[in-house]
Ligand binder design. Sequence first.
Ligand code: ADP
Ligand code: ASP
Ligand code: MG
Length: 417
Amino acid sequence: MARIVMKFGGTSVADIARIRNVARHVKREVDAGHEVAVVVSAMAGKTNELVQWTREASPMHDAREYDAVVASGEQVTAGLLAITLQNMGVHARSWQGWQIPVKTDNAHGAARIRDIDGAFLIKRFGEGQVAVVAGFQGIGPDNRIATLGRGGSDTSAVAIAAAVKADRCDIYTDVDGVYTTDPRIEPKARRLAKISFEEMLEMASLGAKVLQVRSVELAMVHRVRTFVRSSFDDPDAPGMGDLLNPPGTLICDEEEIVEQQVVTGIAYAKDEAQISLRRVSDRPGVAAGIFGPLAEANINVDMIVQNISEDGKFTDMTFTVPSGDVDKALAVLERLKTTIGYDVVQSEAGMSKVSVIGIGMRSHAGVAATAFKALADKAINIRAITTSEIKISILIDGPYTELAVRTLHSVYGLDKQ
Ligand code: ADP
Ligand code: ASP
Ligand code: MG
């Protein structure tokens, strides 16, 4: 007997027929004698609709009320799945975040889980009950519903798996694993049998939305054996119930991966904007003077490029922010104009960041040069570059995103291995 947490994303619970299919996956594990807890997302498109309604009600709305609205999507699916399971003869009950409770911090709209006491769910296992938990939501110190940021049900699932010391956390989605790049963009992308925590962390934070970043962090810290797999597979096909090697991608320690490639995957993030400050005074404290106030305004600055000053007095500073934050960032910079001292500020939205990720880069030179040449051959202009030990990120014009992803995917032979 094992203890398994199963998470189902939005497309997997998009309608009643799919919820019925999900219930069959759950029943399979229950019938095999396992202890099962389930985490569900809202039905596909529901959260977007709810978010849109809050914006229509008021563009500048209270984050606590945003949470009250958007958390409702998961409540519906948890109830519907519990009803469906009961109808199949499985002892099931739905639970919302506050009932477990999933305790979070106070950052409404992007809350972090602080604590989950596993005892509540372990008691349910003892009763032979399948707990169907509404993902994406918890309760903050202010005693109000808090949501975990878009894609947050992944994090609910991994956090619950850690809290109940589950043997496995299965993230069921609309693809049958983690691919070398988004299969929607590159049909030649290949499914990875395994990917290391570090690489998955980079893939997720650089745009691959198959897992929320925080869920990968938690899986890494708490050593949760996490699989990404498809809910569209026939629940009763051979091998689906395999305890140690179910079909899908295992997120694991790099030591577990025998044949490590130099490059593991390509990720992309659209809707980036570039902001440049021209002729900024080149003196100590200027970067702090710019990025401190931007951080205080909750603006997520990503790539930063500062030129070497030619005359020792002035320099140019370029950085990227999400396109949606440009106006807010420009307002902050305008306010700082006299304190920082710069000539003009220029901004351009509609950029994309494509990234090459691989642990093998640590020990291989020339990976970056290969990317630059491949993009040059396709006449794709590079606007900014950042690198770390295991990734290279390149800022390009948005319309070239798909071409750049496919070009990089092929130049490292990811479609062939
Ligand atoms: P869910 O609703 O199940 O949480 P998401 O839409 O959040 O599903 O995530 C799954 C999607 O992530 C896939 O449909 C795929 O288009 C996208 N994706 C992006 N990068 C990758 C990747 N490297 N491997 C697999 N899927 C990816
Ligand atoms: N329903 C939420 C969202 O769309 C959480 C999730 O699906 O993981 O962001
Ligand atoms: Mg998701």
